[in-house]
Design a protein around this ligand. Sequence first.
Ligand code: ATR
Length: 285
Amino acid sequence: MGGVDLEDHKNKRELFGIIGHPVKYSLSPAMHNAAFKALGINAEYKLMDISPDDPEELANFCYETDLNHIGGFSVTMPYKNQIMEYCDHYDPLAKMVSSVNTVNVEDSQLIGYNTDAMGAAAALQEKTEIKDKKVLLLGAGGAAKAIAYALREFNAEVFIYNRTLEKAEALAEELKLETIDLDAIGGADFDIIVNATSVGMKPNIEETILRSEQIPQHAVVMDIITSPLKTQLLKEAEEAGAEIVTGERMLLHQAAGQFEIWFKQDAPIQVMEGALYAELEKRVD
Ligand code: ATR
């Protein structure tokens, strides 16, 4: 099979993994393999790079999950939407946000889920309540849509800012939210600010949509970017005296959600958290 190295699982261990391209920097194997080890689950979680250059590679991977003893898999860029074509079913949240980041293989069927939305909410909830809060969401892509949906579920008052206004308006219309102009943000006194754009991601680490003057001191500011963890936006937030939530918190909670879907039991979140930070320590930022 194409570029996916699945090895021969002679002892019939169940195989899990992450499909996407590129996946070599993924932090998911560290978290999931630590969870398997801690709970004595006979499974392994691997990187499964699927090249976007070969349209058949994704299809073949999906058709051969049973053959390869695959119990489930994570999905990352660029396949979160495309994978839906191969899912036999998906849960209503995944359908609503048109994005699947988790697939469970059940009776030879692929069932798609989205744990990004609730992962983002759980990461925020470590620092603040979401209910009735005034939230600024930066971005209107796939990640922003999942987060907007979760925030709305918690009854937050959500305003969307996006570089391309039409996309912000389309998302706001679909989810019955508001849009806001960049120059109105500073005076709007937001409680929570979430960056769901790629602005500030390596190598453009000096970029930020907002400066400290636009961030209220009482705000909680979260960035979903994990490379670097402390983005320029979060530096600006700290300068404003605001609290910050770095991207690995969402990563941890979405991974815990995946574990719960695959194994129908609570995730050993502290074990996963330890493995995540141990892995991050190894990487020079
Ligand atoms: P994802 O699925 O990860 O959300 P996406 O759908 O490509 O990815 O969305 C990327 C988001 O980052 C969009 O909101 C995009 O804004 P546009 O809709 O205007 O393209 C935003 N984004 C990316 N680069 C940006 C930049 N340099 N400045 C402002 N916004 C940017």
